[in-house]
Design a protein around this ligand. Structure first.
Ligand code: 13P
Ligand code: 13P
Ligand code: MG
Ligand code: MG
Length: 380
């Protein structure tokens, strides 16, 4: 059976700042899907990660289906109404356009989709991250699909040893999708060369070279490219099929033990370590640390099993302690150097204005011993 998995996620309002949507907001969105999605969807799963609500939907209408995308958009519009009634913070934050037009891409919500012929057993992982951007998945996906230090299958399974094709998007290009396809293992260094720049180059999808099947998809939207100014962080979602021709579930999870530093956290303007967290996680310290949640499913004839919370295990408690130490450590240096994002990434208009103002106050000091006329010119 041909199945499409669609995830569409948005921040439409939350309690106590950018922390968590209200129960009523979530129920409203869920009820909307239940009623309006009856004929369109085979199954759905609604969850929250930090202040974002994600709709995971299965159906048989393929990727980029206007009805599916509109259903999600309308569910978020209904949720926004409740957020306004409850006085939640940032009601409708990620609905950047007034009206829906064909597809949620470019309108604010994050989305990613996988379309495939179901295997007899079809395990997959659904990741959602808050207080960070799509480049946060670059390192974990690179390591789980291309590095035998995390993916033992690259050595132990002949199918995996054939490698993977990475499609990488240049997200700084705002007029159309600028993408490149690169193959492992031959072009590993080229892939690494691009993926080191998490703010510009983002993994969009991964395919198995054995059989050509789609393995993974990531949302690639950058909100400031849509709104032209800071409107919240991009908070990305990802879907990863596992086992068989793909890495095992544990191989996909393995890189999350690193707690690598990603862009995001307070005001979307700092670097902080990515903390693997339980489903429906909240946000706390310094509007962070950036969190990623993971739900494992099997899908059969479009129907989901119950979700298994992959980061709800004693091992990840130990990881969370280590990540907390990393978060506290980088926070010790406040705004200095790598603790805060570079000027080009600073999303709040305020600092841009401030820099313009300061720029006007700069003077070029006259060279000592220069003739008086030259000194006068330099000081002007
Ligand atoms: P099973 O033998 O339990 O299927 O596990 C195989 C595997 O891939 C574990 O990583
Ligand atoms: P969100 O993008 O999750 O809304 O967070 C915005 C922010 O500024 C947090 O400090
Ligand atoms: Mg928010
Ligand atoms: Mg968010």
């Amino acid at each position: 059976m041909r199945t499409t998995l669609t995830v569409i996620k948005a921040d439409i309002g939350s309690i106590g700042g950018h922390i968590k949507p209200s129960g009523k907001l979530r129920q409203t969105v869920e009820q909307f899907l239940k009623e309006r999605g009856k004929t369109l969807l085979t199954d759905w799963y609604v969850s929250s990660t930090g202040d974002d609500i994600a709709l995971l939907m299965s159906h048989c209408h393929g990727r980029d289906n206007a009805d599916i995308h509109k259903l999600a958009w309308d569910a978020f519009v209904a949720g926004t109404q409740v957020a306004k009634e409850q006085g939640l913070y940032g009601a409708g934050q990620d609905l950047l356009k007034d009206a829906f037009s064909g597809n949620v891409r470019g309108l604010g919500p994050a989305s990613c989709e996988l379309e495939f012929d179901e295997r007899p057993a079809e395990p997959f992982l659904f990741f959602a991250a808050d207080k960070t951007d799509p480049g946060a998945y670059n390192l974990p996906l690179y390591l789980s699909f291309a590095d035998p230090m995390h993916c033992a299958g690259l050595l132990l399974s002949p199918r995996l040893a054939k490698g993977f094709t990475f499609t990488i998007m240049d997200v700084s290009h705002t007029h159309g999708d600028r993408v490149i396809e690169l193959n492992t293992p031959e072009e590993l260094y080229d892939i690494a060369c691009l993926l080191r720049d998490n703010q510009r180059f983002v993994i969009e999808s991964v395919r198995a070279r054995a059989g050509g099947e789609i393995a993974a998809a990531v949302s690639t939207s950058r909100l400031h490219n849509i709104a032209g100014t800071y409107t919240g962080k991009d908070d990305p979602v990802a879907l990863v099929r596992t086992q068989g021709s793909f890495p095992a579930t544990g191989e996909v999870l393995s890189p999350y033990r690193i707690g690598h530093y990603v862009a995001g956290t307070m005001r979307g303007s700092h670097n902080g370590p990515l903390m693997p967290s339980r489903l429906n996680a909240t946000i706390s310290f310094f509007d962070g640390p950036p969190v990623v949640t993971g739900a494992a499913f099997c899908v059969h004839e479009g129907r989901f099993t119950e979700a298994v919370d992959v980061f709800d295990h004693p091992f990840w408690d130990w990881v969370r302690l280590k990540v907390s130490e990393k978060a506290a450590e980088i926070r010790r240096q406040g705004f200095s150097g790598p603790a805060m994002l570079p000027y080009s990434e600073l999303e709040y208009g305020g600092v841009v204005e401030k820099m313009k103002e300061l720029d006007r106050k700069f003077v070029v000091r006259p060279e000592s011993g220069a003739p008086a006329a030259k000194r006068a010119r330099a000081s002007r």
